[in-house]
Design a protein around this ligand. Structure first.
Ligand code: CAP
Ligand code: MG
Length: 479
């Protein structure tokens, strides 16, 4: 190939000049670049037009390996027709780090060092490493705007899913993590071993504050540990937040006296951030231990703020994930529940819904167990790959299993997830033919039987409430 005469532009970059190309305008800098582009075109006359305009393949380095402090992400990529996997991988790495669609005159060695690299391609699974300089420590919205930002709408990918992330120590330690986690919740609830029980009064909406609080008293009296608000119950006219809080904590105190057991309330404070702060303060002043937040609809920034607020108020955070399936459910698009769970553990909720596998909502056994491990173990396996996440001392969350559960499903559920969980029954308690108190007692009796190693049938012989529940639902899954 013929050598092309070069010149030094303002940035000190070597550029090529060809005598046959007239200088289009007076700014030597711009001209320099155009000339270079055109020279490249001339140089690679056998090549295609793309080579001169874009640099996406600079973000593919199959011989490179992540540095110790790099954040590493696993993507499932479906290239669009006309694009190779490397084309697509380079674009994802570029647009989620420092790049854009065309070559730039503004690149510096410093920026080049921050380029993400697609360093491993196995079928449709691509691993991309991200230098730490790309991220602002302790800022979850910034991290997600990078690795889970514009890339999802690139034309070059027909499908893109952020499957998992391995977070480096410096990032893990830049977030607060859980204040209480599973061990702390068990301590203040004085329940060292057995599964905790929770219930959402059903119907989800429409009950008055009085009705809601009375149902709470019924269930607590039947043995329930945690009353819980539904994800869409906040401060509506039919059930005002403040009135509901005051009445419920009054009934909670009454039930504690009568049962001798610690009782609590997962009260939903979901709202605009400052309003959530105000509601959390009220919960604290009323002697509450928990707040519930719909973490997907309030967002990561609000959650970080509320983690700080709850840290000051010593309130545990129950994380509801309503809306998650809008981006977690498709196997080829969106962001996995694993990544969502990781962000929740890093920011510092104390318990999180993980699914049931055997109830009314979508998730396989493998997924639910892997999710439990992501939020619970000190080191958790990779989701869909062989990399391990070290949580560097971040407390385990208490997994919450909920959604179409009833006592007939309890045994298989505990066989799948173990007993260090919260079991939430809404319809499974308020659908009991004899009411919420009987529904709660049936649940406690079934849990006692499981821990004693008794069969459900044996337990039903000594618990009329359990017998009635099994009479209605048996051991089937209702979808
Ligand atoms: C369960 C629930 C929970 C879901 C959330 C509901 O009610 O209150 O919000 O379990 O899903 O509204 O459906 P039931 P996930 O007990 O009556 O089914 O736990 O998967 O996040
Ligand atoms: Mg609900």
């Amino acid at each position: 190939m013929e050598p092309v005469p070069m010149y030094m532009d303002k940035g000190g970059h070597l550029k090529s000049v060809s005598a046959s190309l007239p200088l289009p305008c007076s700014n030597p800098y711009i001209d320099g670049f155009r000339l270079f582009a055109m020279a490249t075109k001339l140089q690679a006359s056998g090549g295609t037009r793309e080579e001169e305009v874009e640099w996406y393949h600079d973000f593919v380095g199959l011989k490179s390996r992540p540095a110790k402090d790099d954040l590493v992400a696993l993507f499932r990529i479906t290239p669009s027709p006309g694009f190779t996997m490397e084309d697509a991988a380079g674009r994802v790495a570029s647009e989620s780090s420092v790049g854009t669609w065309t070559t730039l005159t503004t690149l510096t060695p410093g920026v080049r060092r921050m380029m993400a690299k697609a360093y491993d391609i196995r079928g449709d699974l691509v691993r991309i490493s991200y230098p730490m300089e790309l991220f602002e420590a302790g800022n979850m919205p910034q991290v997600l705007s990078s690795v889970a930002g514009n890339v999802f709408s690139m034309k070059a990918v027909a499908g893109l899913r952020l499957v998992d992330i391995i977070w480096p120590r410096v990032v893990v330690e830049s977030f607060a993590g859980p204040q209480f986690g599973a061990p702390g919740i068990r301590r203040f609830m004085k329940i060292p071993k057995r599964p905790l029980t929770a219930s959402v009064p059903k119907p989800k909406l429409g009950l008055t504050a009085e009705e809601h609080a009375k149902h709470g008293y019924e269930a607590w009296s039947g043995g329930l540990d945690l009353l819980k608000d539904d994800e869409n119950l906040t401060d509506q006219g039919f059930n005002a937040f403040e009135r509901r809080a005051k009445l419920s904590y009054r009934f909670r105190d009454k039930a504690e006296k009568e049962t001798g057991e610690k009782k609590s309330y997962l009260i939903n404070i979901t709202a605009e951030t400052r309003e959530m702060e105000r509601r959390a303060k009220l919960v604290h002043d009323l002697g509450g231990e928990f707040v519930m937040i719909d973490i997907c609809t309030t967002g990561w920034a609000a959650l970080q703020t509320m983690r700080d607020v709850c840290g000051d108020l010593h309130l545990a955070i129950h994380a509801h994930r309503a809306f998650h399936a809008a981006f977690t459910r498709s196997p080829t698009q969106g962001m996995s529940m694993a990544v969502l769970a990781e962000t929740a553990r890093l920011i510092g909720v104390d318990q999180l819904h993980i699914g049931t596998a055997i109830g009314k909502l979508e998730a396989t056994k493998e997924e639910v167990v892997a999710l439990r491990d992501k939020i619970y173990r000190s080191k958790s396996e990779g989701w869909g790959w062989d990399l391990t996440q070290d949580w560097y001392g971040k407390k385990p969350l208490l997994p919450v299993s909920s959604g179409g559960l009833h006592v007939g499903l309890l045994y298989p559920l505990l066989d799948i997830l173990g007993t260090d969980i919260v079991v939430q029954l809404g319809g499974g308690i308020w659908g009991h033919p004899d009411g919420g108190k009987a529904g709660s007692k049936a649940l406690r009796d079934a849990i006692d039987g499981y821990l004693e190693g008794k069969t459900l049938e044996e337990c039903a012989k000594r618990s009329a409430e359990l017998k009635v529940a099994l009479g209605k639902w048996g051991t089937s899954t209702y979808k």
